[in-house]
Write a protein that binds this ligand. Structure first.
Ligand SMILES: C[S@@+](CC[C@H](N)C(=O)[O-])C[C@H]1O[C@@H](n2cnc3c(N)ncnc32)[C@H](O)[C@@H]1O
Length: 281
C-alpha cells in the first residue's frame, strides 16, 4: 500500500538556516529532504519553549547563546544507536593482535579513546576485553590501561557514566556469561562492575573542537559518527586524530565508514573480517 507523504510545515529558509546551524555546531550534515526528521524531533521542544516555528528557535539560539537549549537541539538531532561489542571484530582484533603487540616491553599506560561513546556500551566493551585479555594471558598486560570516553551530549555521557542499563539495552550484544560476570542486577537496572568502570574517564567533547587536552593514544575508536559529517569535517577530524596517535597507533571506524579519499596518513589492516587503520611510520 502506498504511504501518504506528510507535508512538512517548515519554511525552506528556516530549514536551510537550521542545516547550517547544525553543521556548525556538531558537524552533522542534514540532507535537503530531511524536513520531516527536524519536524518530528524538534516539535516537542518548540511547544515546551512556546516557540511558533523553527525560525523562532534559531533566533533564540543565536540571541541567547543558551548552552542548555543548544545541547537539547543537538541531542534531539543526533543518533545514539549503539550496542555491546558492536560488530565484534574490533574487540577480537584488540585481543588477538593489538594488546599482544602493545603489551611487549611496555611500561607506560596503554591509552584508548572512545570518541562519540554514546551511552557507554563501546568503552565498557573495550574495558571488558582488557579484563578478558588479562585473564587469559597472565602477566602479559601488566601496565595500566586507561580509557577516555567522550561524547558531545552531556545527557548521554551522564547516562554512560552511571553505567546502569535496562533489560532492552542488556539484550543487545551481551552473552549470558558476560552479563553475569560484569553486571550486578538490581530491581530496576543492571549496574556495570566497578573494576570495568574504574579504567574509564568520561568527558563531554565536541569532535569539531581541539583535542589538545586529551593527550596521546595508542588506540582510538571513532565509530558510527563520521558517517553523518561532510568530507571536509571528516578530513579535519581524522587529521587531528592522527596527530594524537602514538607511533604505530590504531584507529577503528564503523563498519560503513572508511578513510578512502580522505587521508593518506593511515594504512588499512584487515583482521577478523573487518578493518583497522594504523598510523603510517
Ligand atoms: C551512533 S552513536 C555511536 C556510538 C558508538 N561509537 C558505536 O559505534 O556504537 C553516535 C554518537 O556520536 C555523538 N556525536 C554526534 N556528533 C558529535 C560530535 N560533533 N562530537 C562528539 N560526539 C558526537 C552522538 O551524541 C552519539 O552519541
Amino acid at each position: 500500500m502506498m504511504q501518504k507523504a506528510t507535508k512538512s510545515t517548515l519554511k525552506s529558509k528556516d530549514y536551510h538556516d537550521f542545516q547550517k546551524y547544525l553543521e556548525n555546531m556538531c558537524g552533522i550534515v542534514l540532507g535537503d529532504n530531511k524536513q520531516y526528521l527536524v519536524d518530528s524531533r524538534l516539535n516537542k521542544m518548540l511547544h515546551e519553549h512556546k516557540l511558533a516555528s523553527l525560525g523562532e528557535l534559531l533566533e533564540k539560539l543565536n540571541k541567547d547563546r543558551n548552552r542548555e537549549l543548544t545541547n537539547k537541539v543537538v541531542e534531539a538531532m543526533t543518533t545514539n544507536e549503539t550496542s555491546w561489542f558492536r560488530d565484534i571484530h574490533p574487540f577480537n582484533t584488540l585481543k588477538d593482535r593489538i594488546f599482544p603487540e602493545l603489551a611487549k616491553n611496555r611500561r607506560a599506560p596503554i591509552r584508548i579513546w572512545s570518541a562519540a561513546c554514546s551511552s557507554g556500551q563501546e568503552p565498557y566493551s573495550i574495558s571488558m576485553t582488557v579484563n578478558e585479555f588479562q585473564a587469559s594471558n597472565p602477566g602479559m598486560l601488566n601496565s595500566d590501561v586507561q580509557l577516555v570516553a567522550t561524547d558531545i551530549s552531556p545527557a548521554i555521557l551522564a547516562a554512560a557514566e552511571k553505567g546502569r542499563y535496562d533489560d532492552m539495552a542488556m539484550a543487545r550484544g551481551l552473552s549470558p556469561e558476560r552479563k553475569k560476570k560484569y553486571f550486578r542486577e538490581t530491581p530496576n537496572y543492571w549496574q556495570i562492575n566497578p573494576i570495568v568502570k574504574s579504567r574509564i574517564q568520561f568527558k563531554t567533547m565536541n569532535l569539531l573542537q581541539s583535542y589538545a587536552l586529551l593527550g596521546r593514544f595508542d588506540i582510538i575508536f571513532c565509530r558510527n559518527v563520521l558517517i553523518y559529517f561532510s568530507t571536509e569535517s571528516k578530513r579535519e577530524i581524522l587529521e587531528k586524530m592522527c596527530r594524537c596517535l602514538n607511533p604505530g597507533g590504531y584507529l577503528f571506524l564503523g563498519g560503513s565508514e572508511s578513510i578512502a579519499g580522505i587521508t593518506d596518513k593511515l594504512d588499512m589492516v584487515r583482521t577478523h573480517g573487518g578493518v583497522v587503520y594504523q598510523l603510517k611510520p
